[in-house]
Ligand binder design. Sequence first.
Ligand code: NAI
Ligand code: MG
Length: 352
Amino acid sequence: MIKHEIAVIPGDGIGNEVVPAALNVLNAAAEVHGGLSFKFTEFPWNCDYYLKHGMMMPEDGLRTLQSFEAVFLGAVGDPAKVPDHISLWGLLIKIRREFEQVINIRPAKYIQGIVSPLVNPNDFDLIVVRENSEGEYSEVGGRIHKGEDQMAIQNAIFTRKGTERAIRYAFELAAKRRGHLTSATKSNGIFHSMPFWDDVFKEVSQDYPDTRTASYHIDALAAFFVTRPQIFDVIVASNLFGDILTDIGAAIMGSIGIAPAANINLNGKFPSMFEPVHGSAPDICGKGIANPIGQIWTAKMMLDHLGHQELGQQVLDAMEATIFSGIKTPDIGGKASTQEMTDDICSRLKKL
Ligand code: NAI
Ligand code: MG
């Protein structure tokens, strides 16, 4: 019997509706597998916790989380109670940073039964690997002088280590998928860091002779996400480029409520964290109509990460079958509740 110990942080708003839904699906998946079980330990860290204790999580919160195999998170933020910069930096961003979750991965896929804003979505199925620890998002630089002499310098940091590990992770992922990797560059405009990125990409590619590669400038690449997303399998990108591409990826799927994500720790010292792209959606919280797909797809990514790819695929298949059958929440054009959608996915999974 394989047992996985998972830390669960539902967080705020609809996190408390979609996380229980996804845990039901994970338990159903474990049942299907037969030799698998989950132990979920829930932590009530959110904006209400902050109002009571003056912090988003206890002093030793990170140490507590560290002993788990993975962190499964809903959403953080309730601007009516706590300003966003306090709640997000006090929990979500703290975990991502301190746990050295240096890679962010986000798949995007055409799902039959969800209207994509693209006229012809062409069955795209891609995944963006975003470098998540350095690059353009650095605190190196500064501002100086006042008035007309004002100036600001913002440095982008590209280390050999950070660049190579992101690219290598993407090659490994491509090898498990359709064997195609695209690099997002801008070496025609960014003089130092992007030629460096290209060099590392070329060098690492020598270790993966079976993987077909492509390299596009980020502006053209962003346009291709809209005009022909079906040409992509895995895309590897720096922090800023990846941030932009993943938002386009979520957009062309048709609803923010279905987009999943994972923050991956690569050195094995800390757990990785799995969380959907959407936030706490205060506008629909408590109505029972939150789309659980983003969180359930995120659970599928956690299954993959824990080594259960086959089971992960079954969850994805069940999820897509439910959507295709028309059992959908209002944000994707249906009338179903969170619960109805989740129950249908669980029963399809058990019938597979
Ligand atoms: P949001 O993603 O919570 O909501 C944006 C819009 O999408 C809303 O109209 C909402 O109803 C809809 N939506 C989102 N998820 C949905 C779902 N699963 N099913 C159906 N509809 C869904 O973004 P917003 O409103 O900008 O932020 C609300 C709070 O969430 C803020 O405090 C923000 O800081 C936080 N936030 C947290 C994130 C995280 O925990 N990773 C990410 C984004 C926002
Ligand atoms: Mg973004």
